[in-house]
Design a protein around this ligand. Structure first.
Ligand SMILES: Cc1ncc(COP(=O)(O)O)c(C=O)c1O
Length: 373
């Protein structure tokens, strides 16, 4: 039987060569390939600075540190996202506050975010869920009005645009993940983009234990002295991973085009059926990390697709419904009704560059049969 995952990396001979060269070089970590990868992402997105870290979760944690989020602070996060988007707030001893999502896109609802603002609110984290940029103009207006920082969790949306502007330039800091199912894979990996040199320095400090200089800089200057001025972590990305990242960046445009073609194929196939894809906002270019549909009877559809070898997934359990959040923050059903209703209906279909036309046809035909039952 076929086995089609919902997402998967594409690795070619150039990637293997780039990693092999890194392995044979002087630096397996803290070497020049990390800066090269940062430069590749910065050039693509158009931001001023980028700081590579060990994964997207570390990138979110670093962004919260750079903002000086701490106990007593609140940060607004959408209910439909991966738990890491709000766990980063908890890491700093602060409180995530959940905003509901828009019913057609499942992106953070600016109105709901506005309603969640209190005197303790310090920031809003917008999540470009599934790869579609959220309403950054509306979020910017709210943030400016209330003096809040705006952070983009762009882990799904490398290559997306909003009114002609690339994801990576739409918030004070934008976070990316390079997990294998994402657009660019480094195994584990993450990055924070910013235009602000102060955030850039704090992010660099944070990924390196809170120590003011990096080992290679000291070596090159013939110095040993360093000081730790903040409590940081070892969140560094290796040169091996960075080499893979730079090589993958060269293929990003092709990856995006393929993902958009797959989305078009699904869109056309589902027109006029009971299978409802999420809506796409005007003025955005979707990066299609995920292709999410809504169906009634989702649990049956999920089970039968899995039995047919189709690796569908559910993205996501609303974060405020996780047992940890219910217990620690007292959240629960009723807090974000739109997210909760959608949660019972959503399903992510296979979406990755190497998905073949034959696979797509199989997914569509199988799904249509299951729905017709
Ligand atoms: C929206 C979102 N934010 C953050 C993360 C965390 O990224 P990572 O897995 O690289 O830690 C993910 C990962 O799947 C994600 O989907």
């Amino acid at each position: 039987m076929r086995k089609i995952p919902y997402g998967r990396q594409h690795i070619d001979a150039d990637d293997v060569k780039a990693v092999a060269e890194a392995l044979q070089s002087d630096y397996l970590t803290t070497g020049p390939r990390v800066a090269e990868f940062e430069q590749a992402v910065v050039s693509y997105c158009g931001a001023r600075h980028a700081v590579a870290v060990s994964n997207g979760t570390a990138a979110l944690h670093a962004a919260m540190f750079a903002l000086n989020i701490g106990p007593g602070d609140e940060v607004i996060v959408p209910a439909i996202t991966f738990a890491a988007s709000s766990n980063c707030v908890l890491y700093m001893g602060a409180t995530p506050v959940f905003a509901d999502v828009e019913p057609d896109t499942l992106l953070i609802s600016p109105d709901s975010a506005r309603q969640r603002i209190t005197a303790r609110t310090k920031a809003i984290i917008g999540v470009d869920y599934a790869g579609q940029p959220c309403d950054w103009d509306a979020l910017r207006a709210i943030a400016d009005e209330h003096g809040l920082a705006l952070i983009a969790d762009g882990c799904h949306a490398l290559g997306g645009t909003c009114n002609g502007r690339k994801v990576g330039t739409l918030a004070e800091m934008t976070v990316f993940s390079f997990h294998p199912v994402k657009h660019v894979a480094t195994g584990e990996g993450g990055m924070i983009l910013t235009d602000d040199p102060d955030y850039d320095s704090r992010l660099r400090l944070f990924r390196n234990h809170g120590i003011t200089t990096e080992a290679r800089t000291r070596d090159e200057a013939g110095e040993w002295f360093y000081e730790m001025t903040e409590l940081g972590y070892n969140y560094r990305l290796t040169d091996i991973q960075a080499a893979l990242g730079t090589s993958q960046m060269r293929k990003l445009t092709t990856f995006l085009n393929t993902r958009r073609d797959i989305a078009k194929f699904y869109d056309t196939a589902f027109t006029g059926t009971a299978i409802r894809p999420l809506a796409t906002r005007d003025g955005v270019e979707h990066a299609y990390h995920l292709y999410v549909i809504r169906v009634s009877d989702r649990d049956r559809v999920f089970k039968e697709l899995r039995q047919a070898g189709i690796g569908v997934q559910v993205h996501y359990i609303p974060v405020h419904l996780h047992p940890y959040y219910r217990e620690k923050l007292g959240t629960g059903v009723g807090l974000c009704p739109v997210a909760e209703e959608a949660y019972g209906q959503i399903l992510s279909l296979p979406m990755f560059p190497d998905l073949t036309e034959d696979d797509m046809q199989y997914v569509v035909a199988t799904l249509k049969d299951i729905i017709a039952e």
